[in-house]
Design a protein around this ligand. Structure first.
Ligand SMILES: C[S@@+](CC[C@H](N)C(=O)[O-])C[C@H]1O[C@@H](n2cnc3c(N)ncnc32)[C@H](O)[C@@H]1O
Length: 390
């Protein structure tokens, strides 16, 4: 593909990403992969270049652009070399006309910028939410005997964490294939450390998803004890079993929950768990490095719904913990309503619980918890709070 044809391809891909953002469709990564599937003529260099152009446009535009061309025109407005490729030649975008709509540039929609500012996130810190994320891995101590780390890694502050440059294709390595390493952001690893799970405990991962954190908890527990992984999303939870097998994590029981009737499946654990992790559904403002188009999708109503669900899940979790046990609340968001304020609300509703500042190797205190951010900690953005039942 010529450089101009790559720009036109990125415009077409962006049209799909924009449509999906409006209709809550597939994520950008999947759409880009699907777009290339029938286009066998595109080599790996073309794919990389189109993907980079599309993501550059997504990162640059604060709101959902009118269309792919308007998004790419914002890139062109900031880069003469890209602008010169709008030359109308074969497979190239049509020349730029005066007065054509150009997408709005910026970090995020205005309402979200206001919420971030109200949560103490200054503009430079907000901008870093759109940086490219490095590739972080966790050494899986359950399989560490087989470990031979691929070259180029640097230690992180997480107990078993290492970092590679963003483009590293770790999935091809023997260490990955043998289950000796897991791809997991450093911030995510640290939130698992906040649970401080030890062998022999009963630990509930209430919102386990596909088990990113469950696997770290299983390793901390050395496969000894009882680790209950729950979620309401069947497809997501069903991805946990093959991952656990690869990782050699054998102490996990999965439980599919009915949304709104979670306790029906959890009754037998009432007052029994040593620790419950609530890695709650949230706006994901801390993961824009990986899904920058997520900020086009979020609405104030959705955010309000997340906040409500988080409070409900915290209350459910509180019923599961034994006296003297602990509850760890995590969101991958920098918004206080999903972090410090949510934690404060929990303590206001539950007089028998006490906030315990988590001691982690990174993070900044925020309310009763800690906040991790790309700008300050080089991790995805997270809020983590720890509560103890008196
Ligand atoms: C932030 S994600 C969890 C990510 C996962 N812990 C990990 O580390 O990969 C939040 C999860 O909460 C789940 N969820 C939403 N509502 C729930 C509910 N009522 N009870 C339990 N899980 C729920 C979602 O399906 C989603 O998988």
């Amino acid at each position: 593909m010529t450089p101009a044809a790559r720009v036109q391809a990125a415009i077409e891909v962006l049209d799909l990403v924009i449509e999906a953002a409006r209709s809550n469709g597939a994520p950008a990564d999947r759409l880009i992969a699907d777009w290339f599937r029938p286009r066998r003529f595109a080599g790996s260099g073309d794919r990389r270049a189109v993907r980079e152009l599309a993501y550059r446009a997504i990162r640059i535009c604060s709101e959902i652009p009118e269309n792919g061309r308007a998004a790419m025109l914002q890139v062109a407005a900031q880069d003469e070399q890209v602008a010169a490729l709008f030359d109308g030649s074969r497979h190239a975008p049509e020349p730029i006309e005066a007065g054509e709509p150009v997408a709005q540039s910026g970090i995020a929609p205005r309402w979200l910028m206001e919420r971030l500012a109200a949560s103490g996130v200054a503009e430079t810190e907000a901008a870093a939410l759109l940086d490219r994320a490095p590739l972080d891995i966790r050494v899986n101590t359950l399989r560490a005997g087989r470990l031979s780390l691929p070259e180029g890694a640097e230690r992180t502050v997480a107990a078993n964490g290492w970092r590679y440059p963003p483009e590293t294709r770790i999935e091809q390595s023997d260490a990955y294939k043998s289950g000796a390493i897991e791809v997991q952001d450093t911030g995510s690893q640290l939130t698992c450390e906040a649970v401080a799970a030890v062998p022999g405990e009963t630990v509930i991962d209430l919102c386990a998803g596909a088990g990113g954190k469950t696997l770290a908890l299983a390793a901390a527990m050395e496969n000894t004890g009882s680790l209950i992984a729950c979620d309401t999303d069947r497809p997501r939870l069903s991805r946990l079993a093959p991952r656990a097998e690869r990782a050699g994590a054998s102490c996990i029981e999965t439980i599919l929950l009915n949304p709104g009737r979670e306790m029906e499946a959890l009754e037998r654990f009432t007052g029994k768990a040593d620790a419950v992790l609530v890695d709650a559904p949230c706006s994901g403002t801390g993961t824009w490095r990986r899904n920058p188009e997520a900020r086009w999708r979020l609405t104030e109503r959705q955010l309000a719904r997340y906040v409500e669900t988080q409070a409900r899940l915290l209350d459910i979790a509180a019923d599961l913990v034994r006296p003297g046990g602990r509850l760890v609340f995590v969101t991958c968001s920098l918004l206080d309503e999903e972090g410090a304020s949510q934690a404060e609300g929990f303590l206001a509703r539950h007089a028998d619980w006490q906030g315990q500042a988590p001691t982690l190797a990174a993070g900044t205190p925020r309310g009763v918890g800690l906040r991790l951010s790309p700008h300050c900690d080089g991790t995805d953005g997270f809020f983590v709070a720890r509560f103890a039942l008196l």
